[in-house]
Design a protein around this ligand. Sequence first.
Ligand code: ZN
Length: 73
Amino acid sequence: MTCTKCSGLMVKDHLLDMKESYLPMWMQALRCLTCGNIVDPLIHYHRTVQRARMATRLGTRLAQTAVRPVQAA
Ligand SMILES: [Zn+2]
């Protein structure tokens, strides 16, 4: 997998979540070796949902333009 910011190599990393959790919690995430961009499962989920919504909207727009009747001159 490549980084969405710099196209660098993403590797699995184990991160310690100290702020969001009541107890310190380890989580697995992807970290870019070049720029340090981190993608954890929650970030990945939100980006996937956002892409799906955009694809749905785009598909709807394409369908509307494809169905639009041609006006006679
Ligand atoms: Zn990067």
